[in-house]
Design a protein. Structure first.
Length: 202
């Protein structure tokens, strides 16, 4: 900026008042996953939850709890596989008290489920309890996400404390090692568990 003396006064030569003032440009919007890395696996877990709920509700309406058990026994694995194939994540469900032993929690999942239980007991709403980490396994970078599954009213017919004799009989037949009974409303049933390998160049 230049300055001149006029009549003994120092005047600054400034830009015209009506000149356009430069404005800062807004930063480009960040992808949702960059802002919340849990957003993508959360969406896939909810997709599986929605598909399972839709199938179970339809079965309950048409044939009651026994029909719902059969649907869960037959359709749960194909529905889970479908979400896994479409998402690129290895999607599953687990619990500290499983019905299907194939869904037993590994060591990491057991630790996370134990912490989920502590968070629930501390007053956190079970439907909002989540966890995610990135770790090394066998020289690979793995992302692992888990979302709590609460015991809701429709679950009580097959997971509650007072099961109908026909329900108990069907569970005994299909799941002789069943541990997933005796729950009360609002408890932690288990969790959706999603894993994927992170590409080396990402």
């Amino acid at each position: 900026m230049k300055a001149v003396y006029v009549g003994g006064l120092l005047l600054a030569l400034v830009a015209p008042l009506n000149a356009e003032t430069p404005r800062s440009q807004p930063l480009p919007a960040q992808p949702e996953a960059a802002l919340d890395p849990m957003s993508e696996p959360r969406q896939h877990s909810m997709a599986l939850a929605g598909a399972l709920k839709q199938a179970l509700v339809a079965a309950m309406q048409s044939g009651g709890p026994v029909a719902a058990i059969d649907v869960c026994h037959v359709q749960a694995i194909p529905l889970t596989r479908q979400v896994s194939e479409s998402s690129g994540w290895q999607v599953g469900r687990t619990s500290l008290k499983v019905r299907n032993p194939d869904n037993a929690a590994d060591e990491v999942e057991q630790q996370v489920l134990a912490r989920f239980q502590q968070r629930l007991q501390a007053g956190e709403a079970v439907g909002t309890i989540e966890w995610m980490e990135q770790r090394q396994e066998n020289g690979k970078t793995i992302e692992h996400f888990m979302k709590a599954i609460p015991v809701q009213a429709p679950c009580m017919a097959c997971h509650g404390t007072d099961l109908a004799p026909a329900v108990s009989q069907q569970l005994d037949t299909l799941y002789p090692d069943d541990q997933a009974r005796g729950y009360t409303l609002g408890e932690l049933r288990g969790a959706f568990t999603l894993k994927r390998e992170v590409p080396a160049d990402s």
